[in-house]
Design a protein around this ligand. Structure first.
Ligand SMILES: [Zn+2]
Ligand SMILES: [Zn+2]
Length: 305
């Protein structure tokens, strides 16, 4: 059985409080289980309660052994790492992978910086767990026991990966901190920088990138997709910030034949009341037209592929 449990679904910064208690204020962290195999996507603040849960529920059965996939190293996706309790247990085995970084920084050096004295009292070499670090590219990876993970570069102001977990014919895809690819050149002949050839090329490149992305999410049983903004918010100055809209999430998931769409990476200012309204609004929009289920991500939710 393949399933995902959400430990953090908030974007940008943790936001605890009365108005976010229902959907949760922890930042990105997903626990993916393929029978006995454990994969974790992102190390936002949600990884702290996950770690505590693993110590209580997994450790009595044997050492904690997990593959951690970091989508990218923006704060909200790594800031929970120092508080992941299994790091301090000598039998823990972790393999942490992420995209190739700019300036040849390795995953190990980035995490090591995070654990330098100016930010945190514990050093990387003081962690008891056995940790391996690595990069992952679009070729993906075989994790053994029939679990495979594919990867795809997304459209974000940092090298950011989406992941596709495949197990026994079922799939869970993560694609957040991304927005549709668009033409980076002006297509308005009235603009001073207009170049017809560049505009055509830009259009073709964006179209191709969006088609590749579409192929990546196609027929996913579960798609966890970025829905940081409403369309009005997006159009009012958020284009190019690396996040998508509810509207686009639903549109692209429907086209791709997704079974369950999980709207993820909530804006920190979005209240429980607003998320509840948006969830029922979009469920209503697709009612009767498709079998696709729409789920507003909330902490603690378990979603089966
Ligand atoms: Zn983020
Ligand atoms: Zn980001």
């Amino acid at each position: 059985m393949l399933h995902v449990r959400i430990w953090g679904c908030r974007g940008s910064i943790p936001c605890p409080g009365a108005s976010t208690a229902e959907f949760g204020g922890n930042t990105a962290c997903l626990e993916i289980r393929a029978d006995n195999k454990l994969a974790i996507v992102d190390m936002g603040t949600g990884i702290r309660p996950l770690g505590d849960w693993l110590v209580v529920h997994d450790l009595p059965k044997g050492p904690i052994d997990a593959d951690i996939f970091v989508t990218h190293t923006h704060w909200d996706h790594i800031m929970g790492f120092p508080m992941f309790t299994p790091l301090f247990i000598p039998t823990t085995k972790l393999r942490i992978r992420g995209p190739v970084f700019y300036e040849d920084d390795t995953m190990e050096s980035i995490i090591s910086t995070l654990l330098s004295y100016r930010y945190w009292p514990v050093r990387l070499n003081e962690l008891a767990a056995h940790i391996e670090y690595g990069e992952i590219k679009e070729t993906g990876l075989d994790l053994g026991s029939g679990l495979r993970v594919g990867a795809k570069y997304l459209n974000h102001p940092a090298l950011c990966l989406g992941y596709r977990f495949e197990y026994q014919g079922k799939s869970i895809v993560t694609a957040y901190d991304t927005e549709p690819f668009r033409n980076l050149f002006t297509s308005n002949p009235g603009d001073p920088g207009y170049d017809a050839a560049a505009a055509r090329e830009g259009e073709a490149a964006a179209k191709e990138a969006n088609e590749q992305f579409f192929h990546f999410i196609k027929h996913a049983d579960v798609l966890i997709y970025d829905s940081m903004y409403t369309t009005d918010e997006y159009n009012a100055g958020k284009i190019g910030w690396g996040h998508s809209t509810y509207e686009y999430a639903v549109e692209v998931a429907l086209l791709a034949g997704v079974r369950k769409l999980v709207l993820f990476h909530h804006d920190p200012n979005r209240t429980d009341a607003q998320l509840t309204v948006l969830e029922s609004e979009y469920r209503e929009k697709v009612r009767g037209k498709t079998g696709m289920e729409i789920i507003m991500a909330r902490e603690g939710a378990v979603i089966e592929a």
